[in-house]
Write a protein that binds this ligand. Structure first.
Ligand SMILES: [Zn+2]
Length: 164
């Protein structure tokens, strides 16, 4: 299971940020946002934004307690260990889908490049093979390197998904 957790941690850092990961890892026990901010050396507001972000993705939950004398409500946040695998699979699958869509389109099409962009044949033709933005000619662009890079990325993500 330790190996699994390493993958989940890598996915959280990649999908969200290393700060999100720090917060998740610090929430093995329930904590208040202010204590969390002090512990991690982060701004209170930054910690709140991250907690809301993680909550939206179901990676943390909170318990509200109300002080009956002061009326103050306190939230104690804790991570949802049970959701790490779900989140990781969702993220990896969505990235894999994106790359597959890109490859389906890219592998069989000719691309054109100007000084500022890479476009399809139709787009290049519609402006007479001159870019309206940078005013350079569109020239045929070899996308083999891009495709190879995406295939590598696809292999990496699929291998991670197989391990979750
Ligand atoms: Zn251009």
């Amino acid at each position: 299971m330790a190996e699994d957790n390493k993958i989940f941690e890598d996915v959280i850092a990649e999908a969200l940020s290393t700060e999100h990961l720090k917060v998740v890892n610090a929430l093995k026990k329930p904590k208040r946002d202010l204590d969390l901010a002090t512990e991690l050396g982060l701004e209170d507001t930054a910690v709140r934004v991250i907690l809301n972000d993680l909550h939206e993705r179901k990676l943390v939950r909170y318990k509200r307690t109300k002080n009956h004398e002061t009326g103050w409500v306190t939230h104690h946040w804790v991570k949802r260990e049970d959701q790490l695998a779900n989140f990781s699979r969702w993220y990896l699958k969505s990235q894999i889908n994106k790359i597959n869509k890109y490859l389906n389109y890219e592998v069989n099409s000719i691309r054109f490049r100007c000084g500022c962009n890479v476009v399809s044949y139709d787009d290049a033709m519609s402006t007479g093979f001159i870019c309206p933005a940078c005013e350079k000619n569109y020239e045929e662009y070899n996308n083999t390197a891009d495709v190879e890079e995406k295939v590598c990325e696809l292999t990496r993500l699929s291998s991670l998904l197989n391990q979750t």
